[in-house]
Ligand binder design. Structure first.
Ligand SMILES: Cc1ncc(COP(=O)(O)O)c(C=O)c1O
Length: 390
């Protein structure tokens, strides 16, 4: 496409790579338009609906005129509900440290803006959620990638940080469990990295939006080890509220007042009626549904893994949570982008090439999101097996 003339855009726009999965999405849309049954395993959002009680609460809130700005920190009852929820998990997180945000995305941008000066570097594992570098770059920072591999479930190790960190690295950003792998940071490493950040005076930001979607018994929040770092949470995944744009951030005391001030300037507040509606998430029916969904996701993972392994895909370790499995397809293809395009064209199964998540891994990785009911996953596995083995 010929560029349209206009004033020069910011340099950071040049650095934004295209999402390779968009090519898969484009083919999927064209196939669906022509009547093909497409099975979507490419999108990072749960297929479960938002709880009816949350929807009812949103409607009543709208009718009651809850359509105006709220307190910039979020409405007090929601901050209290989150604090109590943490308390139920054995974590002492006072409501005063909880900032309601516009999704986890708002929290990630806010934490990057609160901790990064222009030119500062942020340590981040490769592979990563592809929007993370953008939050850092948006505030003038750069990413210092930490190479990882399957032997450490694609999570960094503290010894690596000790070896590679430079003066320029002002913070460490972790995801626990991570996208695209669903792998968590082992507790011992989490403790070490928390300690390392403390000793070296670096900020720590831990994205825990999948922490409640953990399958591993006792997978602990990083808040169990320290209250001196930023933690990002979200209603998007565990409560199936991706479109409501609601999340939260737990802010360490040393950054509390300044970060809240910045939040007010950047966002004013998170959507008011969504905040009111989210209060219903903590009622027994919605909590029961969320828990049932987590168990369903675990059953899906347990169905997929042996089926994928039987097709020749390699999986380093069972994902600890979320709804992703990151597989090495090198026994099947040396070009996962081409493989994903051929697969969607010939079978209608849409999955995501790993290049969208990594600067350094060979182009043989694939992310599969198990965001379809079991019967659809079975169907997808059958189609993939016949595609691979004929
Ligand atoms: C690791 C990770 N963090 C943050 C987000 C963004 O979540 P939200 O919808 O709460 O902005 C996503 C979305 O897929 C994600 O995978």
């Amino acid at each position: 496409m010929r560029p349209i003339d206009g004033p020069k855009l910011a340099d950071r726009l040049q650095a934004i790579p295209p999402f390779h999965v968009m090519e898969i999405v484009r083919i999927a849309e064209a196939l669906e338009a022509s009547g093909v049954d497409v099975i979507h395993l490419e999108v990072g959002e749960p297929d479960f609906p938002t709880s009816p009680s949350v929807i009812e609460r949103a409607c009543s809130a709208l009718h009651a005129g809850k359509t105006r700005y709220t307190d910039a920190r979020g409405i007090q009852p929601l901050r209290d509900a989150l604090s109590q929820w943490y308390q139920g998990q054995g974590l002492d997180v006072p409501a005063s440290r909880i900032q309601i945000t516009v999704g986890a995305s708002g929290g990630l941008l806010l934490s990057a803006a609160a901790t990064t000066n222009a030119g500062d570097a942020v340590l981040m594992a490769d592979p990563a959620y592809p929007c993370n570098p953008r939050f850092v770059e948006a505030v003038g920072g750069v990413v210092h990638w930490i190479p990882t591999n399957a032997s450490t479930q694609f999570q960094p190790r503290c010894a690596q940080l000790e070896d590679m960190a430079t003066e320029r690295d002002r913070s460490l950003m972790l995801a626990h469990p991570a996208n695209p792998t669903g792998q968590a940071v082992p507790a011992i490493e989490l403790e070490r990295m928390i300690q390392w950040c403390r000793n070296t005076q670096r900020h720590l930001i831990v994205d825990e939006i999948y922490q409640n979607l953990a399958f591993t018994q006792g997978l602990q929040s990083s808040l169990a080890f320290s209250n001196e770092h930023f933690v990002i949470g979200s209603f998007s995944k565990y409560f199936n509220m991706t479109g409501w744009r609601l999340g939260w951030m737990v802010i360490p005391d040393y950054a509390l007042e300044a970060t809240q001030r910045l939040a007010q300037h950047l966002f004013i507040c998170a959507p008011s009626f969504a905040q009111e509606a989210a209060l219903a998430c903590f009622e027994p029916d919605a909590m029961r549904a969320a828990e049932a969904h987590r168990i369903e996701l675990q059953a899906r993972r347990d169905l997929l893994i042996p089926r994928l392994e039987a097709m020749g895909f390699e999986i380093a370790a069972d994902p600890d949570g979320a709804f992703y499995v990151f597989v090495d397809a090198s026994n099947v293809t040396q070009n996962s982008q081409q493989f994903c395009m051929d697969l969607i064209r010939q079978t209608g199964v849409a999955i995501t090439p790993g290049v969208d998540f990594s600067e350094t891994l060979p182009p043989t990785w694939i992310r599969i999101a198990y965001t379809q009911p079991i019967a659809r996953l079975e169907e997808a596995m059958q189609r993939m097996a016949s595609f691979i083995h004929g």
